[in-house]
Design a protein around this ligand. Structure first.
Ligand SMILES: Nc1ncnc2c1ncn2[C@@H]1O[C@H](COP(=O)(O)OP(=O)(O)O)[C@@H](O)[C@H]1O
Ligand SMILES: [Mg+2]
Length: 375
């Protein structure tokens, strides 16, 4: 099981202080008016996983505007290792976010992944399939990263080498030896990243294929990128060589356009509605949402299967947009996954289907930190 039993916030977004205790382990429902502070709570939980949280916010945006003491979040999480106290806060001196696990400063945020993972679905993600490819790439890489803590570091290595190469090319008269060394680094880290993406997409596809597709359609997943596609037919070493040669040949062109004409920074994560053979971007808004829910549920299944413990799920404003039958189906599927699910909405009524299911219903009142248990 994976569930927060207690969550405390300090000077985080609209909250100066808040404490939610005695939380049910299956569902926690937050209802309240627009602007009441529901998403802020989900965002706080999302920061108990590595990265910038579900709004990709900068550290300073998270700070309560009225308060000077840095924001902090802490939670008691029931995990398969027992109850774990995790905390994260802004370290003003270093201008970074620190993580403590059982009171010990964690060397890296990715250590959190050893205890639990956290997935989310937000209204902003409604545009995922029509946005530029960067948003889908980040979505995919976050999923890969939740299984493979080294993934983010390899992407950073690739990006650092890419940006140094771009700078050298732009300045002109760079030493070819130096360029070659950066290109080698791009090829090596790029192939590792692409291989991890390919492997993850294959595993996720298998889970998607096994899920019932009645309410949340089956997705066909693919990766469209130079290195990812090369790796489908060639070894990692051959692909590295090919990419290095490609980069060397393209120096002049890349000097003009900036960046590099191909690489893992340009790949796209493509999704097709299987039964209709329709690319996701051409599906209706409702179909896109249903596809996305299906992918998140599949990822939760994959985490469950591979790590033996379900993720925390944060579903922001998801239930209200489903018809009653789909909503009921969703509640059933979420119960089967078995991790704690946080859901928000403005109307309490849409969550009535959860009343027999070990649920905390909380109303969030605008203002500082008033949260009431109503059922
Ligand atoms: N850094 C901040 N300091 C103080 N208030 C903030 C900060 N960031 C956001 N807010 C406020 O938090 C309120 C609640 O936001 P949110 O949780 O998104 O509401 P909702 O209940 O609709 O999901 C908004 O009115 C917003 O102005
Ligand atoms: Mg909201």
């Amino acid at each position: 099981m994976t569930a927060l039993s207690e969550l405390r916030l300090r000077n985080f977004r609209s909250y100066t202080e808040a404490c939610l205790t005695g939380l049910a382990s299956s569902f926690v429902v937050l209802t309240g008016d627009n602007g009441a502070g529901k998403t802020n709570i989900l965002e706080a939980i999302s920061l108990l996983s590595p990265g910038k949280g579900m709004r990709s916010a900068d550290l300073d945006d998270l700070q309560n505007r009225e308060m000077r003491v840095p924001w902090g979040i802490s939670a008691n999480v029931s995990t398969s290792f027992g109850s774990v106290l995790v905390a994260t806060a802004k370290d003003s001196l270093k201008n970074k976010r620190t993580v403590h696990i059982q009171g010990e400063l964690a060397k890296s945020q990715s250590l959190l992944l050893e205890y639990f993972s956290c997935l989310w679905l937000t209204p902003q993600m409604d545009r995922l399939f029509i946005d530029a490819s960067g948003a889908r790439r980040r979505f995919l890489d976050r999923m890969v990263y939740s299984f493979d803590g080294g993934h983010a570091g390899r992407i950073t290595r690739f990006e650092n080498a890419l940006s140094q190469r771009s700078k050298l090319l732009k300045d002109g008269n760079a030493s070819p030896v130096w360029l070659t060394s950066l290109e080698n680094q791009m090829a090596e880290s790029g192939v590792a990243v692409a291989a991890a993406r390919n492997d993850f997409v294959d595993r996720l596809q298998q889970v998607c294929n096994r899920r019932p597709s009645k309410d949340f359609p089956r997705a066909i997943l693919s990766l469209n990128g130079f290195i990812e596609q090369e790796l489908q037919h060639h070894s990692a070493l051959e692909t590295e060589e090919k990419y290095k040669n490609f980069l060397a040949r393209n120096r002049e062109e890349d000097a003009v356009t900036g960046g590099a004409a191909a690489g893992i920074h340009r790949s796209d994560f493509c999704v097709t509605y299987a039964d209709k053979n329709m690319p996701a971007q051409d599906c209706s808004t409702g179909e896109q949402k249903a596809l996305l829910i299906g992918i998140i549920l599949s990822q939760a299944d994959l985490i469950n299967a591979e790590r033996g413990t379900p993720p925390l799920l944060l579903l922001d404003e998801v239930a209200a947009h489903l018809d009653p039958n789909r909503r009921k189906a969703l509640y059933g599927l979420l119960s089967e996954i078995g991790g704690q699910v946080w859901m928000t909405g403005t109307e309490a009524e849409i969550f009535s289907g959860l009343s027999g299911k070990n649920t905390s219903f909380l109303t969030v009142n605008s203002g500082q930190f008033l949260l009431q248990k109503i059922a």
